[in-house]
Design a protein around this ligand. Structure first.
Ligand SMILES: [Zn+2]
Ligand SMILES: [Zn+2]
Length: 302
């Protein structure tokens, strides 16, 4: 009874907090760029509070949020979620690709109703995300930069944004090409991006949810936990990081059912101690990978 009252109290508190945040947000006298950054900040804060409350209910995690790695994740999160990367280089890059890649503008879905466009773009994006991630584990150049994401030993809701800028650029380009071929209304993008962002934070939380009968359909926090596991039996498994995990079952890369849920995360050969080392270590790894012959998959030697 006390537990139910406790959960109800958490929910009421969160509901009133979120309506206050929305009120404050709607009435802020700010320009578009500042609003985008502030919106990201408030959304992140709200999601963090919700996930933190749910994690408390399940009594998971002790002091992970005070670790140095957590601070690094926060910095990455702000960098990407406030669109700083767009201001710095992504906009310039996409503008540079506009003309040379105009032959890709086949606008395959542009004439369809908006809802159908959204569904198709969402599905293709999810599928492409699976292969982009699988490539990050299959090619040594990509794996070197993807280690930044995997080097977090206390995976948390902000780890979903812990990507080396070169790793993030790869994901952007891999998604850009098929989605440009499809076309579609630009109004769909912010909504899809927001949904992907929420799912990305949730699957990196330590909420012990596996989604029961939907565990072979949707990526859950438990499903993604295996992907960050230090157990070699889980290496190069569970690549789906979007909404659906059917791709892993379809292409034989899902961790077997009944495997115990991992509790240890990270890498044995990459342990960055500073934000700077999360950025430069991939370059050191590149030197090692290309100068030292390694047999087998490069991401097996973690
Ligand atoms: Zn990965
Ligand atoms: Zn992850």
């Amino acid at each position: 009874m006390a537990a139910i009252l406790g959960v109800r109290f958490h929910m009421q508190w969160l509901a009133s907090l979120s309506s206050r945040v929305i009120d404050v947000w709607a009435n802020l006298p700010l320009g578009t760029a500042e609003k985008t950054s502030l919106k990201a900040f408030l959304t992140g804060l709200l999601l963090f509070l919700i996930v933190y409350a749910v994690e408390r209910i399940y009594r998971v995690r002790d002091n992970d949020f005070r670790s140095r790695g957590f601070v690094h994740d926060i910095v990455y999160w702000f960098y990407y979620r406030t669109n700083l990367n767009y201001f710095l280089y992504t906009t310039v890059l996409l503008a540079a690709l506009e003309e040379p890649l105009s032959f890709l503008d086949l606008k395959l879905v542009s004439s369809l109703p908006a809802a159908l466009q959204a569904v198709l773009i969402f599905l293709v994006g999810d599928f492409v995300g699976y292969w982009a991630h699988r490539a990050q584990h299959s090619f040594k150049f990509l794996w070197a930069f993807h280690t930044t994401h995997h080097s977090q030993e206390q995976v948390n809701i902000f780890t979903g944004a812990r990507f080396h800028p070169i790793d993030a650029l790869w994901l952007l380009l891999f998604a850009y090409l098929p989605l440009r071929i499809m076309g579609g209304s630009s109004q769909i993008w912010p909504w899809l991006a927001f949904l992907i962002w929420i799912v990305n934070m949730l699957i990196h939380s330590r909420i012990p949810w596996g989604y029961g009968p939907l565990h072979k359909l949707l990526v859950s926090p438990n499903f993604h936990a295996y992907h960050h596991s230090t157990d070699p039996a889980h290496f190069n498994k569970n690549f789906s990081t979007g909404t659906f995990c059917v791709w892993d079952y379809m292409f034989g890369t899902a961790v077997k059912d009944r495997e115990p849920i991992p509790t240890l995360f990270g890498l044995t050969n990459v342990k960055p101690t500073s934000l700077w080392s999360t950025l430069v270590t991939p370059f050191r790894l590149l030197g090692e990978f290309y100068l030292t012959p390694v047999s087998g998959k490069i991401s097996d030697s973690r």
